[in-house]
Ligand binder design. Structure first.
Ligand code: FE2
Length: 181
């Protein structure tokens, strides 16, 4: 049987998913505060790059080709939700709620990954069924990922672009204390 030398686009996306799952598991186990912060920064950087290459290359290739585009819309909304938490984590790494934000981000990503990898109706399965050129997409994903990895190596992430969120009108506030008496 001929051995594939290069992973296709679907294999690459799945590799990224497995990598970030491992990082979240390490975060959960970590006890040292500095280690937790370093892991959180690494998670946020990996996810930012992953979301960017999907949104720039993979999702546009799926648009107009896959059978059920609702999953694509949901993927954009899930990404935008994750971007808000990523931005929160990166700018408030020493604040209260830091750990809770990473934990909730991990739950959101778990859900998103499960949806993308679902048998037959998931985005990856649909991309395969649509006959997209997965080798050509893999080459583009890899090139862009390498470029972004170099760009973000210093740990500074630029503000993310939302693709579906447009209605932010929020007031920053704090948890309330129980009423006296
Ligand atoms: Fe995604």
């Amino acid at each position: 049987m001929p051995r594939r030398t290069k992973p296709d686009a679907i294999a690459l996306i799945k590799e990224d998913h497995r990598k970030v799952e491992k990082l979240f598991a390490s975060f959960e186990k970590a006890r040292d505060e500095d280690r937790k912060k370093a892991l959180a920064r690494q998670i946020c950087t990996e996810l930012t790059i992953h979301a960017m290459v999907e949104e720039e290359i993979f999702y546009p290739a799926c648009q107009g080709s896959i059978e059920d585009e609702d999953v694509l819309d949901e993927a954009y909304v899930e990404h935008d939700g994750a971007k808000v938490l990523i931005s929160e984590i990166m700018s408030n790494i020493n604040a209260r709620f830091f750990e809770a934000k990473v934990t909730v981000l991990s739950e959101m990503i778990k859900h998103h990954v499960k949806e993308e990898e679902k048998r037959s109706e998931g985005l990856l399965a649909q991309a395969k069924a649509a006959g997209l050129d997965l080798d050509e997409l893999a080459a583009r994903l890899t090139a862009r990922k390498d470029e972004l990895t170099r760009q973000f190596a210093h740990g500074h992430l630029p503000p993310a672009h939302t693709r579906s969120y447009t209605g932010h009108n929020l007031i920053q506030d704090k948890p309330l204390s129980a009423p006296a008496g």
